[in-house]
Design a protein around this ligand. Structure first.
Ligand SMILES: [Zn+2]
Length: 185
């Protein structure tokens, strides 16, 4: 996995880029949870569930299908004020779906561990992308404070933080230009 902090960076950048200005406060905490929650599946190791199992690490809980369930759950429980099938309802559903799904997709760019069950639960195959520039993060805190940890941080800054920052900057420029254009007509 990229470290959970980098998944959280994606959540904040996606929220700043795509969310309307008037989202409630809990939108942000839910965004952080969605981006990080797939890694809660490391608990499976302590229950003796093997890595390659459907519910093992990087299995079902890293799939876009689970992301869709997360999106449906969140919009149904935490955004009940949004009228069902309204544009706001669809925004929350798609946002939390894609954000949860982004976790497994990002992990598929890492260079270690088993692949990601991106088609779970329909297909147990574990996938990686052919190009994997992100150094896989060690499981456990102790190993993170090592040469390995430093390599992880460097690769995540380049391949996760920088693109996230650029996305925020580009959207800010587009908003600024659109605002000026609207003022001028
Ligand atoms: Zn992960």
């Amino acid at each position: 996995m990229p470290s959970v902090v980098s998944h959280a960076v994606v959540a904040v950048a996606a929220g700043v880029t795509f969310a309307p200005r008037n989202v409630p406060h809990h939108f942000w905490s839910l965004a952080l949870i969605c981006s990080m929650i797939p890694d809660a599946d490391i608990i499976a190791f302590s229950f003796g569930i093997p890595y390659q199992h459907l519910f093992g690490h990087r299995g079902f809980f890293h799939s876009p299908f689970f992301g869709l369930l997360m999106g449906l759950f969140i919009v149904s429980v935490f955004f009940r004020d949004s009228e069902i099938f309204s544009s706001q309802w669809f925004f929350y559903l798609i946002f939390f779906f894609l954000l949860s799904a982004s976790h497994g997709v990002l992990d598929a760019f890492t260079n270690g561990g088993l692949g990601i069950a991106l088609l779970s639960p329909f297909d147990k195959t574990r996938y990686f992308f052919p190009w994997r520039p992100i150094v896989v993060s060690p499981i456990g805190v102790a190993l993170f404070f090592s040469k390995w940890g430093l390599a992880v941080i460097k690769s995540e800054l380049l391949w996760v933080w920088l693109p996230s920052f650029l996305m925020v900057m580009v959207s800010a420029v587009i908003r600024f230009v659109a605002g000026r254009y609207q003022q001028s007509i």
